[in-house]
Design a protein around this ligand. Structure first.
Ligand code: AMP
Length: 556
């Protein structure tokens, strides 16, 4: 028997009636966004990997371990690449085993091939009595680097050669990785470990590292740059709704494919894009949206991570403070303490929490401008009556944030309690090669909105009731029944048209199971007289209703 195929771990099917709730959320979001003068943008679901590496930040969890990345290299031909490289690079005096690896060493050749090393470059004088030169000069791997596989292969190959005492292949010189110029190397290649040569071969023309978008802000900003939206001189107010992909450990409220509803306000500084009023407007819009969705009991957590300079200063303060305490923290924090101290604040390990609570707060590292910006945001929120709490640890998991950062949380969600998150990203456009274009945006987890709403009392995923099941008595009445259904549906009612081949008893059973409130019987008599028989399942009452009054009767 063949194995049953299932939806991939972390992904799921959305089914009715829940999908009606999804649609209602999206319709409400669209309506609110329209009133705040936002237009919709739809960006591709996959982008060049470099966009996220540069835009989101290489040290972030998202980029360093959660992206779905592949090489879109249909035209990548390794053998051609190797031949071409050999033609250009035949090292002086080297004995190059062009046929991938040393044929004279069948065992080690097989081992090297098995780990993925393509070429052994040998150099030097052959030792008398032996066919081979005395040492391996270089191990070479070719290919688009889409994970650290090639780097690992090279290192493994190096170990193999080093350990091959029988052959007296002594220390080799280099580990060399030859990769297409079109593919970004980061974040996998540490250049201190291998020599990297970028190779612009023609057969690599279409080889590109692509990634399923893990978030949408980088894509929106890429589109802003690509379409020169800044040249309009106007603020761009854009919203999106769509799936995002992260290889996270699935749990309640956390999926590998999940939906985000988000918006960005971005533009040249001359359009007012840096103004704290934009931040306040976005936050007030979110409060309105959550209220209109009927989400009760949200909390707005607010912070400022300051300008790039403030953050750099805070990073130093934090790094210094961490020197003493980091050794007592989890391994991730020990690494972050060196590479990106700010991320220590994201740590969820319970034992680390008291240590983190005692670290200096970023508010004390903000300069006067950043402080004034934050004060203006909170003043506007106060004026608009939007409640918030200050959360000093809210530095968010993405590197591009500057100044205002925020999250709306909800107690009903458990561990994954963030309904949405966002902030200002004044330097993002420049980080990905665009003009100065400060902006602010957010992304809300639609899956979590659905979970929250379903957890609230009296929430009906699909509020439009199935008012009636129309049961034709006999197949001869099927057409008349379809005409009646069409009439009722045109007047806005949700009805189900039955099947004349069913006996009356079966029609009643099917009708009740379908959840219909009433059953309408259409027999020869009803058709001729225009008076229909209607039974209400809740009360058991049976009525005779003239066809012209049926729609009204069913909605009563
Ligand atoms: P982020 O892009 O990480 O700031 O996330 C913004 C919002 O998207 C979060 O507040 C969540 O509501 C939602 N979200 C992020 N990751 C996931 C996930 N793996 N599954 C479901 N929702 C998510």
């Amino acid at each position: 028997m063949s194995q049953t195929l299932k939806a991939v771990r972390g992904t799921r099917d959305l089914l009715p009636p829940e999908t009606a709730l999804w649609n209602r959320i999206e319709a409400t979001a669209r309506a609110v966004f329209a009133r705040y003068n936002f237009g919709e943008i739809r960006t591709p679901i996959f982008e060049d990997t470099g966009l996220f590496a540069r835009g989101v930040g290489e040290e972030t969890d998202i980029v360093s371990k959660e992206m779905y990345t592949w090489s879109d290299g249909e035209r990548f031909e390794k053998h051609k690449m190797i031949d071409e490289w050999l033609k250009r690079n035949k090292p002086d005096g080297a004995h190059v085993q062009a046929n991938r690896s040393s044929v004279e060493h069948p065992v080690i050749e097989a081992q090297l091939r098995a780990v993925g090393v393509d070429l052994v470059v040998m150099r030097g004088v052959a030792i008398p009595g032996q066919q081979l030169p005395g040492y391996v000069d270089e191990l070479v791997c070719f290919g688009p680097v889409v994970s650290n596989d090639l780097v690992l292969a090279l290192k493994k190959g190096g170990e193999l050669v080093r350990n091959d005492r029988n052959r007296e292949l002594r220390a080799f010189g280099n580990l060399r990785l030859i990769v297409p110029a079109s593919v970004p190397l980061t974040p996998w290649v540490d250049r201190s470990e291998v020599i990297v040569e970028q190779f612009d071969g023609e057969f690599f023309a279409s080889s590109q590292s692509l990634t399923l978008r893990p978030e949408n802000t980088a894509g929106v900003v890429r589109a802003y740059i690509e379409h020169k939206l800044g040249e309009t001189g106007q603020l761009q107010k854009l919203f999106y709704i769509g799936p995002q992909f992260r290889r996270e450990r699935p749990q309640k409220g956390r999926y590998r494919q999940f939906w985000q509803i988000g918006a960005e306000v971005i533009g040249p500084p001359s359009a007012g894009s840096e103004s704290p009023l934009r931040d306040a407007e976005v936050l007030e819009m979110l409060a309105t949206l959550l209220d209109e969705l009927g989400i009760a009991g949200w909390t707005l957590e607010l912070n400022s991570v300051g300008s790039a300079a403030d953050r750099a200063r805070y990073n130093d303060v934090l790094r210094a403070a961490l020197v003493e305490v980091a050794p007592k923290m989890c391994v991730d924090c020990q690494r972050r303490a060196v590479t990106n101290p700010l991320r220590v604040l994201d740590c969820k390990v319970p034992e680390d929490q008291p240590i983190i609570a005692a670290l200096p707060v970023i508010a004390d590292s903000l300069d006067e401008d950043s402080k004034a910006h934050f004060a203006a945001v909170t003043a506007a929120l106060d004026a608009a009556g939007v409640p918030y709490v200050r959360n000093h640890r809210l530095v968010r998991g993405l590197d591009y944030y500057t100044r205002t950062t925020f999250e709306f949380t909800h107690g009903g969600l458990g561990a994954q309690n963030a309904l949405l998150g966002g902030g200002r990203y004044d330097g993002l456009s420049e980080a990905i090669g665009g003009p100065k274009a400060p902006g602010i945006g957010f992304a809300m987890g639609e899956d979590r909105l659905v979970l929250t709403l379903l957890g609230q009392p009296n929430e009906k995923p699909d509020p439009l009731p199935l008012v009636a099941y129309l049961a034709p008595i006999g197949e001869g009445l099927n057409s008349a029944n379809i005409a009646l259904a069409s009439e009722l549906r045109k007047s806005g009612l949700r009805v189900e048209a039955g099947e004349g081949s069913f006996r009356l008893k079966k029609s009643f059973e099917v009708a009740e199971k379908s959840g219909a409130q009433k059953i309408v019987i259409l027999g020869e008599d009803e058709l001729a007289s225009g008076i229909l028989t209607v039974k209400d399942f809740a009360t058991g009452v049976q009525s005779k209703v003239p066809r012209g009054e049926l729609a009204d009767f069913l909605t009563k």
